[in-house]
Design a protein around this ligand. Sequence first.
Ligand SMILES: N[C@@H](CCC(=O)N[C@@H](CS)C(=O)NCC(=O)O)C(=O)O
Length: 214
Amino acid sequence: MTLKVHGNVQSSNTRRVLLVLKEKNIPYELVAVDWIVAEHKRPEWLEFQPFAQMPYIEDDDGFILYESRAIARYLVAKYPAKGPALIPAAGTKQQALFEQAASIEAFNFDPLVTALLTERLVKPFAGQTTDETAVAAIIAQLEGKFAGYERVLSKDKYLAGDEVTLADLFHIPYLSVFGLAKLNFFTAEEEVKKWPNLARWANELLARDSAKSV
Ligand SMILES: N[C@@H](CCC(=O)N[C@@H](CS)C(=O)NCC(=O)O)C(=O)O
């Protein structure tokens, strides 16, 4: 049986899993959820993902796992020899630096960008009006975080050193929709001048084959 991903390509958390599968060259089948009819709120879905969210995976042996970052870690551990390592060896200082970088994404990036994209993408899609005052406040906070990224990335190629890790890849699903949300942090000349290393890192991640294919 092929590994199944239950989710939707429009879901950033589903795309986080798909891109790790691509990086590792692992065959998979996407079982598309019809989220317009809230298929992911139905009892048969809740049996596998009790929080009514996507994605979850069903591995080739029937093993079920949800939470996109946990799935990514599971796949990397299961297929160490396929593609780039993406997580440094257990018990090393490099692994500790990877965990530090993963926390940067989870706590400094994801919550603010979720709020921002809710205003700029989700609300208009749902027929609601974007609150541009809220957007400005979120961007001000995010720029503070970007300054931190710039400090890190002016010293290292990636967030955890010279090698790309899951911590970097975890950013891609959101970075890839900034343009759609009219956010030009890493493309407009005046923006790139503020954080050249962050822009270099973001654009390199977006140029990866895995990022372009999901
Ligand atoms: N922490 C979860 C978040 C999953 C999540 O929020 N998925 C979104 C789609 S990107 C979803 O299902 N939203 C529907 C909802 O929360 O009602 C993960 O990483 O898998």
